[in-house]
Every structure is written in structure tokens, then in C-alpha cells.
Write a protein that binds this ligand. Sequence first.
Ligand code: NDP
Length: 494
Amino acid sequence: NTADIGLIGLAVMGQNLALNIAEKGFRVSVYNRTSTKTDDTINRFQLEQKNCLGKLQGFYSLESFVRSLKRPRKVIIMVKAGSPVDATISTLENYLEPGDLIVDGGNEWYENTQRRAEALSSKGILYMGMGVSGGEDGARHGPSLMPGGPVEAWNLVNDILNKIAAQVDDGPCVTYIGPGGSGNYVKMVHNGIEYADMQLIGEVYDILRTLSQSSHFDGQLYEIFERWNGGDLQSFLIEITSQILQFKEKDNLVVDRILDQSGSKGTGMWTIQEAAKRGIPISTISAALDARYLSSLKDLRVSLSRQLHGIGTTERNTIISFYGWNDFEFLISELEKALFAAKICCYAQGMALIQKASLDEQWQLDCGEIARIWKGGCIIRARFLDRIKEAYKRQPNLLSLLEDEHFVRDLNNCQTALRRVVSGASLLGIPVPALASALSYYDSCRKEILSSSQLIQAQRDFFGAHTYKRLDKEGVFHSRWSEDGSSIPISNSS
Ligand code: NDP
């Protein structure tokens, strides 16, 4: 029993994480239900071991795997989320003893983690749910890690996690997130933000692609993203977009040959469900998920493309010159600002959801630290996250990121561009659901009086006597809408 840690589940993520652990100088034991994956992992370790300071040993029975681990035993499981995790735990727990720790690194529903932690705690076994982001490459060379659960569990593995995580200027991209299923929760919201970030970039790309065909643009689209990657928009997603737009088959871009139906695996949907449950508006994330669903209606879209009208060429040219977008450089600069403003709105929504869950569940999450550990390793890594971290440092109890003085300045500077891009794209018939929802979020948030809500309250009271409160008086009121319209106090308490 000499191994520092064990890892079960040797598909893409588990195998790469195991090699990462071995590379950083730890002894890791590995096990997979299907033995060929264990063989693959051992073979890969043999090829890569010259770079590894530690050791990797494969096992074909769970019992011998557990016996190889130092006490208290620490086991990371990286299997498919849901029932495979339950199946793995139910066998594994037979070989563990009080004080041992299981860390589930999958994209798990946070309540499953809480249920398992509770069941295992009666046997004295510690349990953590840890979000892992960064895909295959992140797992191998440094992911962003979001561990949540009992703090004693974190103390048992933080030396290993600190070493295997991505490293950025202000430390490793891992921190103790908080108790319960908070690690999974934060990873879930990370993925929701990722959906929106990708959709926003996709919409801006659509505008660029459409207009580059009709305006004077001598360059290549990838150069625009390359340029943006040197500024405020610097991020992994902008960087890979620039790379994707360079891949060609003969003279055609590969991206142009890809079927236009975007898939999803469920964490985006969970984020929307959670936000709805907690009453937090995350319209840009929601628009991004809807856009994926809509993309899958390919047959309907093909059929409707022959029936429903957009605009004609003359109108189109008029709109382009009205917006000044014949000047492609000007268009690029407006899109850059619009994308930045929308990105602020999208992250503000995601962080607001994390804050609400933290409050409801009494997790006491540190949003600044969360932004910091997303700076490296994960899919949404970006320079921008440093500014979010700084915003929470200035005001730890910030109600909304939109309130931060630096973001206020940025939004005021970029809102006209966002408005022009959303309106221009809409007139041109280019769908921009995420950009438009970000703009509406922005406008709704900055409106002192929402007339639409006043009317909705009146309607609710009209048809259902749901009552309303007033701006000018304390209390709760109901109007006799179908009689004299007089407003009657129902109660004086607010
Ligand atoms: P998969 O999600 O494809 O899961 C495959 C692994 O699960 C294999 O080891 C498989 O074992 C095991 N497994 C499946 N069913 C069972 C079962 N009933 N009992 C025991 N083991 C079972 O692997 P990934 O590496 O892609 O992902 C692992 C986890 O990490 C998932 O939760 C995923 O959501 C998450 N994740 C994945 C990312 C990615 O980019 N792929 C990124 C971040 C997180 P066997 O070989 O025997 O079938």
C-alpha cells in the first residue's frame, strides 16, 4: 500500500488525469471496469513515463486496487455521471474504511453528490464532488478543478490537486469551493456560461461571415479573431475560433462543411432549470441553449427557408450603408465592443446564479476565487476573468457584476455598439438571440421603472385578483377593474 491516490474510470478524462497525477510526482493506482482501458493506460504511461516524476500502476480487481493505496485512502472516480457512479461506489465502499475519501470528478448533478455524501458519511467515508474542466488536454496538462464537500476531504487531497491543476499568475486553478454539492454546482454554471460564450462568438462570426461576402474585406476572418485575442476579448474560445477558421480541405474551410446542428449533454439544461427554480434571470445562457435546440430542427429550417421571407438585396445594401458597415474595419470594431458588452451580461447572469445558490444553500461561496480558478485550464479561461476577480475583491458582496465601477464604465462605453449590432443584424435577418438577450438584460437591469411589469401586475389582478403593490403607498391592493376601477387596500403590511 504505497500509492498516494487511486483513480477509477479510464476513459478520456480519467486516463489523462491519471497521467497528469503521475507526471507531478505522485504514485497513482488505476482501475477501469473494462480491463482493456487499464491496459491502454499502462501502455500510455510506459511511453510517457520519462516525463513522469511519479509512478502509475494498473489493477484488474477493485480489491487489489484499494489494497495498493496508502491510508487514509483517496480515490478519484471519473466514470459516466449518474447510475455508473452509484454502481462504482456500491462496490468500492465495501473495501474502504472510515476516514477514506472518494472524489467524484464527473459532471454530476449536485444533489446526487449530496445524497451520496450523506449515505457514505454514516460509514465514516468522506465524499467530494469535484468539477473538472478543460477536456482531454486540460486533464492531461492542467485542468481547472472545483472540489466541493467536507473541508476535511479537501485537506486530504489539496497537495495533489494544487499540483495537477493548471497554474496561472496568481496560483493553481483549484480552490476549496465550499460544502455539499457546491463543486458540481459551480462546474454546472461554468458550463452554462460556456454555452453562452460560444453562442455569442458564433453570432458575431455569422455577422462577419455574412457581411464579408458583400462588403469590401480583403483579409481572412481568422485574422479578426486573432486580433481580438490580443485585446479585452482574449480567451481560449476566441483563440480556437481563430484556429478553426484556418482549417481547410482543398480550398474550402472545414467549418463550412460541418452539419449545422449543435449538440448538448445536459449541464446547460441543468443551469437553466436551476436558474428558473431559484428565480434568477439568465436569459443569455437560456438563449444559447435554445439556439442549440433550434439548430437541431434542420428539416424544418430547410423547409421554412423556402417559404418565409427575409429582406431583398436593395434593402440589404441600404442597411449596410446606413450602419456604415461597408467599412469593414468599423464593423469589426463595433462587433468587438458588442461582444464584450454581451459577455459582461452573460457572466453577470452566471455569477448571480452562483450567488443565489450560495445564499439558499448556505455554501458561502467566494465568487472572486471562483473567477480566479477559471483563469486557466478550463474552456472559458480568459483575461476577462481577472477583471471579475478584481470586481469581487473591490466589493465582495457585489449584488451584480453590472454594478462594479469598471464594468459600468465598460458597458457605458460598449452599449451603443451592442445596440447597433443587434438592430443591424436583426434588420439584415441574421439571428442573434444571445446578443439580443444580453442587450435586453442590460436594458431591463438599468430601467428604474419597468412599464411592462406594471401592466402585467394589473392584468394579473384583473383576471385573477392576484393583488398588487403600489409605488406611491404601502400595502397590498386590488382594483375593481370591471366596476369603477377603484383601488382597494387589502392589507397595509408590505
Ligand atoms: P465517459 O463519460 O464516456 O465515461 C466512460 C467511463 O465510465 C468508462 O471508464 C466506463 O467504463 C465508465 N462506466 C460507464 N458505465 C459504467 C458503469 N455502469 N459502471 C462502472 N463504470 C462505468 O468518460 P469521460 O472520460 O468522457 O468523462 C468522465 C466524466 O468526466 C463524466 O462525468 C463527464 O461528464 C466528465 N467530463 C468530461 C469531459 C470531456 O471532455 N469528456 C470534460 C469534463 C468533465 P468502461 O470502460 O468499463 O465502459
